[in-house]
Design a protein around this ligand. Structure first.
Ligand SMILES: Nc1ncnc2c1ncn2[C@@H]1O[C@H](COP(=O)(O)OP(=O)(O)OP(=O)(O)O)[C@@H](O)[C@H]1O
Length: 291
């Protein structure tokens, strides 16, 4: 991925930067019921600053539902989610404002807007200019807009999309649409980025590029929580991996520990990871392609 991540993202001032290793996200006793179905059962999960944490498990294990509980899309039936020690209100825009950004399993871009405009949309929680200012379009508005555009271009440089800033999002190849989703999420200046199956439908080169991008994001001081079915990607990337099965956290530990765990092999991997197929091939029968 030559054109990607050769630069750092010049850091924006972030509120009370926690020291590396301090708890950033703490989910405690999260339960999510849909009528008679319990999709998430009493899950605790912590993501510390500087970490990349993986969330894996079979289809229907409750991973996306758990993400939705973290990001305010769902109000958990029970349990709390805290970020930097403060309980988050279950409202997506407030969660984003607090410092958590996410991407979705199914790409959600504004297809008929340009690449740059998509990133600018992601900045709205970080711009202070109000409605009056936007209507009057005075100097404050123009300064804020210029800052936002400059920052959006930095993020496009970072993700390797700067040359396509004026292209319509819908005309980007699939792998670049996924990168654009990440750029847009970064535009809200998060401290924690949640990625839901960022490599679904990608070819091996795109998957490797995404791996590099996630490492680069982490190197900017942004912690990452990632759902993925590609075990090679997960085990290469993650400092820690939690395994959900039928809504419950079965195991949590380092990549080395999780990939050898008999319960994880029985419930999800199907075979020890060393025996997994070659790069780019599916590791389990669980993968689904979003494309
Ligand atoms: N809004 C909803 N209403 C009712 N049931 C739901 C809802 N959302 C999810 N579920 C159910 O909750 C369970 C967990 O689904 P979820 O999508 O969270 O699993 P997942 O681990 O993300 O799966 P996958 O790997 O296939 O994306 C499934 O049985 C699903 O049908």
């Amino acid at each position: 991925m030559k054109d990607t991540m050769t630069t750092t993202i010049p850091q924006q001032p972030t509120p009370e930067q926690a020291p590396d290793g301090a708890p950033l996200l703490q989910a405690s006793g999260v339960i999510m019921r849909f009528g008679g179905l319990t999709a998430v059962r009493d899950v605790d999960l912590t993501v510390n600053t500087g970490e990349i944490v993986g969330l894996i498990g079979p289809n229907g294990a409750g991973k996306t539902t758990f993400f939705n509980c973290l990001t305010g899309l769902y109000v958990p039936t029970e349990g709390t989610v805290s970020y930097r020690g403060t309980v988050l209100p279950p409202k997506p825009h407030l969660v984003t404002k607090a410092g958590i950004a996410r991407t979705f399993q199914n790409i959600r871009l504004f297809a008929n807007m340009t690449v740059l405009e998509n990133v600018l949309v992601g900045r709205h929680t970080r711009t202070r200019e109000g409605l009056m200012s936007a209507l009057i379009r005075g100097p404050g508005y123009h300064r804020a807009e210029a800052r936002s555009r400059a920052r959006a271009m930095e993020l496009l440089e970072f993700t390797g999309l700067a040359a396509k800033a004026d292209h319509l999002a819908r005309n980007l190849p699939y792998g670049e649409q996924r990168k654009l989703e990440i750029a847009r999420a970064l535009a809200s200046e998060p401290g924690l980025l949640l990625l839901d199956e960022p490599t679904a439908g990608m070819n091996p080169q795109e998957t490797r590029a995404t791996e590099e991008l996630v490492f680069a994001v982490r190197d900017q001081g942004i912690a990452v929580l990632v759902i993925e079915h590609d075990m090679r990607f997960i085990f290469n990337l993650c400092d820690r991996v939690a395994v959900l099965v039928q809504g419950e956290k079965l195991v949590e530990g380092s990549s080395e520990v999780v990939q050898q765990d008999e319960r994880v092999i029985a419930a999800y991997l199907g075979e020890p990871f060393e025996a997994a197929p070659a790069e780019g091939q599916q590791t389990t029968g669980e993968q689904e392609n979003d494309r």
